[in-house]
Design a protein around this ligand. Structure first.
Ligand SMILES: Nc1nc2c(ncn2[C@@H]2O[C@H](COP(=O)(O)OP(=O)(O)OP(=O)(O)O)[C@@H](O)[C@H]2O)c(=O)[nH]1
Ligand SMILES: [Mg+2]
Length: 198
């Protein structure tokens, strides 16, 4: 059975006035384009093709709002760092994400999805900084861990933890394809959704 049997996609927002009402608890997934955000969401929520996944980076360009249960939402933020976009699109994303983080009082948790082979990037740090300023719970999923050897998994986790030690963040290895780290990721999501900052 799905963990969130009532889960459904609600809307996509291209502008701040299209955001859903800022009530209850919301958990946002952020990450570099192609990092594996949508795959992580699908696996954690337990629904195939819930958030879309693609082999074409930069496909999720809007803020997608999902309702998991009454008053509990999940948000798939547009991926950053995709090289083949115009300056105008990049500026639009910056404004959209800035608006989102600047005002989202119901944001109770932020999951930053990082491709474990790439490591933490500047934009990942910026996201964590924005989320931290809002006072929400921060968690990093080092995903695609199935692509790493056991030894590289250990080294990658240790490096990310050392790099983020100045931030109040927890870090874990994850793989959507190998279903690795699923239980801890689900536990963190449930914990975030159980917290309301309003
Ligand atoms: N091996 C492996 N591949 C993965 C994993 N998660 C995602 N992928 C692959 O990585 C690619 C991108 O995954 P998505 O989930 O679409 O990534 P995204 O971050 O949502 O990408 P955008 O929305 O385009 O920014 C797809 O080809 C996935 O099949 C994983 O855990 N392991
Ligand atoms: Mg996506």
């Amino acid at each position: 059975m799905s963990l969130y049997p009532e889960a459904r996609f609600v809307t996509s927002a291209d502008r701040a006035d299209q955001f859903l009402p800022d009530l209850g608890a919301e958990v946002a997934f952020a990450g570099r384009s192609n990092a594996g955000k949508s795959s992580a969401i699908n696996t954690i929520v337990g629904r195939r093709d819930f958030a879309r996944t693609s082999k074409t980076p930069g496909r999720t360009q809007l803020i997608n709002f999902f309702e998991l249960a009454g008053g509990q939402r999940l948000v798939d933020l547009p991926g950053y760092g995709y090289a083949r976009v115009t300056d105008e699109m990049r500026e639009h994303w910056r404004e959209l994400l800035g608006n989102y983080f600047g005002q989202r009082q119901s944001l109770s948790g932020l999951m930053v999805v990082v491709d474990s082979r790439r490591g933490i990037g500047d934009f990942d740090r910026q996201m964590l900084g924005w989320g931290g300023t809002l006072g929400c719970r921060l968690h990093v999923l080092l995903t695609k861990a199935d692509k790493l050897s056991r030894r590289d998994c250990t080294a990658t986790l240790a490096a990310a933890e050392a790099e983020l030690q100045d931030l109040p963040v927890t870090v874990q290895l994850f793989s959507a394809t190998a279903r690795l780290g699923l239980d801890p990721a689900r536990a963190v999501l449930a914990e975030m959704l159980a917290t309301t900052r309003l």
